[in-house]
Design a protein. Structure first.
Length: 309
């Protein structure tokens, strides 16, 4: 929501952030979706903090018109109040205290705006300047202690989508509706593992997703449920081969099965490059199965008399 009441902050879309608010809203830190404890940091706001506050002191010491100073005071106060009230800025406790002191100094300075610039006025300006200096030193120290990392794109996908629980975006719009919830859940986890470069964990989750897709064939083709050691990719393939599943899908699944056996071996560990390759192969296999299942579920068309197909 665009509002003139928060002019000191920039506005950013929260469409990919877990929030009851949608649209444009000012923020400093916000949690990722899916119950994650990770927070997305709005670096622009922290970067622009100094310019907002330094401008206030410069105007207060100049001969600029009164309305310019009042506007600068308003802008600085709004940003500081947003900073102190942001419930997700939890690791900047001392800077938060210093920010509140600046707000108090701003209130005191505002009470003498319009009066002659005497010793009282100069003292109030110095109080604001000192409070800003203390805030800057504290904020610098606490920001240096934050564990902030850069997460790069993987396989051409934005990390923000994966971290916010939108891993199914790797599939086309025609495939996503065909994916069961448990498959979507494992794909989301696999995408997070891809982002954080946890290749063996990625393999675990993407294999679970493929096996869940394979099981979708069983009730559709009236195949018997498997138990015990037969509940494996190898067992599923033995049943699916004579059931008429497309040969190209079976070939891809056999390739994935061989990779799976390497992962499950105690001595087997994936490299990041191998995991990314597996991810692409698995994505293709899941998509092919999903579209094949959709075609099999689609009721046969009934010919209309007199209409040439």
């Amino acid at each position: 929501m665009h509002s003139i009441m928060k002019p000191a902050l920039s506005y950013f879309s929260l469409d990919t952030i877990d929030s009851p608010i949608r649209g444009d809203y000012a923020w400093l830190m916000y949690p990722c979706k899916g119950g994650s404890t990770m927070k997305r940091v709005n670096g622009i706001e922290f970067y622009s903090t100094g310019s907002k506050l330094a401008r206030l002191v410069a105007i207060a010491k100049s001969d600029r018109p009164e309305f310019a100073l009042r506007h600068a005071l308003y802008m600085a106060r709004e940003w500081l109040q947003a900073f102190t009230e942001d419930r997700f800025v939890v690791h900047l406790e001392e800077a938060n205290k210093r920010a509140r002191l600046i707000v108090g100094a701003i209130d005191a300075l505002e009470s003498v705006v319009g009066c002659p610039k005497d010793l009282v006025y100069e003292a109030r300006v110095e109080d604001v300047e000192y409070a800003i200096h203390e805030f800057a030193v504290t904020l610098q120290t606490e920001l240096a202690g934050l564990e902030i990392y850069l997460i790069e794109e993987k396989c051409g996908y934005r990390a923000a989508n994966f971290l916010n629980g939108a891993g199914e975006c790797v599939f086309s719009a025609s495939v996503i509706p065909e994916l069961p919830d448990d498959v979507k859940s494992d794909v989301r986890e696999a995408c997070k593992c891809l982002v954080f470069e946890l290749p063996t964990a990625l393999g675990f989750h993407i294999m679970r997703a493929i096996e869940a897709m394979m099981l979708e064939y069983f009730p559709l083709l009236n195949l018997p449920a498997l138990a015990g050691r037969d509940r494996s990719m190898g067992g599923y393939l033995k049943v699916l081969r004579p059931a008429g599943v497309d040969a190209s899908i079976l070939l891809t699944l056999e390739q994935v099965r061989r990779i799976r056996n390497e992962i499950m071996h105690p001595a087997g560990f994936f490299t990041t490059d191998e995991a990314e390759s597996l991810f692409e192969v698995a994505k293709g296999a899941i998509s092919a199965i999903a579209l094949d299942l959709r075609g099999r579920r689609k009721p046969p068309s009934v010919p209309v008399p007199g209409v040439v197909p």
